[in-house]
Design a protein around this ligand. Structure first.
Ligand SMILES: [Cu+2]
Length: 446
């Protein structure tokens, strides 16, 4: 029972909403890193930061720093890790108080340096409601036992007063022992999973405005560029820095040119409150759209878009992506099927991807961003952007779950027209993108 009093309540995270263990994928410069944070179960305690390079190029080392949210990072790193011969490296950062923290990771390797700063909120929930009554009951039990012992030893049992006092102390000890046992049992029974407080906005969190900037300001096809996303609260204009992880990232960014020939699905690195950067290399001139998918703490998913133009000369063949049917992507044969077919707007449609290689159907597709497959899609004329996940079990970090050979996606096309679609899945640590053009006919019934 004393132990029950000593067990500290668990701390929980905001990076975080989803539980005390959270994976965040970010592109720090040239490196894609999957950072898994484990919030300490009690404070003070260690914040475990596991850094797993998620694809090529691989960094060689990383420096990790910790600071209170909004304070400058210390000169000296808290830890230095090497990725030589390991899949991931874990460091422990000492957290001594609840509140907002930031973890900085600087990865280094042959292609250069990349930086990211991930906000972490550590909560220490209030004591369980049974703690104080339990302490009182235990206190009464101890006092009545001691007093009973003193009275029994010092008093003469024949005296009616002493016998009555002794009986009273015995009853009190028995009652407080029963109360302590019940309260201790309640103490160990989890009432519900503790979760951080969700901010109360009337009508949900305000929308986010996206300010897009490019470096250099004048862009050329075939040359790397830095895309900066400045996220602002739609009500206050202040940086929107309360993004909740969804599908293993704070921000999913799809960058597409008007032809649909260029497609990049990346996870910009957070550098400052509301400020995210990513490097991409547009391969053709034209008008580009960047779709940022994000979720605010206590809000729902939203997509904000920005546009930029790329100059230069065409350096790639601009073929329209094939439609339904069989195609070869890298060393894989991928068949895209639709049911019902042909495609019509306004009807529930299952799009299937059947993946095989030289040895036959493939069953070792790995989770990517917690999912078996992703499908991003947009209408070539209407302002429609969709992100659909494969109808398959969701994978937890480090899961041994594998998918294939079939990935199914269910969608209802809101209107007729031509859709550019990109199916994505991961195999052997590599993300495979399958571009598909979908011609959707008008549904006479709608
Ligand atoms: Cu993503």
């Amino acid at each position: 029972m004393l132990l029950a009093l000593m067990v500290a309540p668990p701390a929980s995270a905001h990076v975080g909403d989803a539980g005390p263990v959270q994976t965040i994928v970010m592109d720090a410069g040239p490196y894609e890193l999957a950072v898994t944070m484990t919030i300490p179960p009690a404070l003070p305690g260690p914040l475990l930061v596991d850094i797993a390079p998620d694809g090529e190029p691989f960094p060689e080392t990383a420096e990790v720093r910790l600071t209170r949210y909004g304070s400058p990072f210390p000169e000296q790193p808290a830890a230095q890790v090497s990725f030589a011969g390991v899949l991931s490296a874990t460091t422990r950062l000492d957290i001594d108080a609840p509140g907002d923290w930031e973890v900085e990771i600087i990865a280094r390797g042959v292609p250069g340096e990349g930086r990211m700063r991930i906000p972490v909120t550590v909560f220490q929930p209030p004591l369980p409601p049974t703690t104080i009554p339990l302490a009182v009951a235990l206190g009464v039990l101890i006092i009545s036992l001691l007093a009973g012992a003193a009275v029994g030893a010092g008093g003469r049992h024949t005296r009616p007063g002493f016998a009555g006092a002794l009986r009273f102390l015995n009853y009190t000890a028995f009652a407080s022992a029963v109360a302590s046992a019940v309260l201790a049992w309640l103490q160990f029974t989890p009432l519900e999973a503790s979760s951080p407080p969700v901010p109360t906005y009337s009508g949900g969190a305000p929308h986010v405005n996206l300010l897009l900037a490019t470096e250099p300001p004048t862009l050329t096809a075939g040359e790397p560029m830095i895309l900066t996303l400045d996220l602002r609260d739609g009500a206050t204009g202040l940086p929107a820095d309360d993004l909740s992880p969804h599908h293993d990232a704070l921000l999913h960014l799809a960058v597409v040119d008007e032809s649909g020939g260029f497609f990049a699905h990346v996870h910009p690195a957070r550098l400052a409150p509301g400020l995210y950067v990513v490097t991409i290399t547009p391969d053709r001139p034209g008008a580009y759209t960047a779709y940022a998918e994000l979720m605010r703490h206590g809000g729902s998913l939203q997509v904000v878009a920005g546009r930029f133009a790329v100059g230069g000369v065409m350096q790639v063949r601009d073929d329209r992506a094939p439609g339904l049917g069989v195609r070869t992507v890298d060393d894989l044969t991928v068949e895209v099927r639709a049911q019902p077919s042909p495609l019509r707007s306004g009807q529930l449609t299952t799009l299937s991807l059947i993946v095989s290689d030289a040895n036959g159907p493939v069953r070792d597709l790995e989770p990517w961003l917690g999912m078996g497959g992703h499908l991003m899609m947009r209408h070539t004329e209407a302002a429609l952007f969709s992100h659909i996940h494969a109808a398959a079990p969701i994978a937890t970090p480090g899961s041994a779950l594998r998918y294939g050979p079939e990935l199914r996606f269910v969608h209802s096309f809101p209107r007729a027209g031509v859709y550019q679609a990109w199916f994505q899945f991961r195999r052997a640590g590599r993300v495979v993108t399958v571009p598909v053009t979908l011609d959707v006919a008008a549904n006479p019934g709608r």
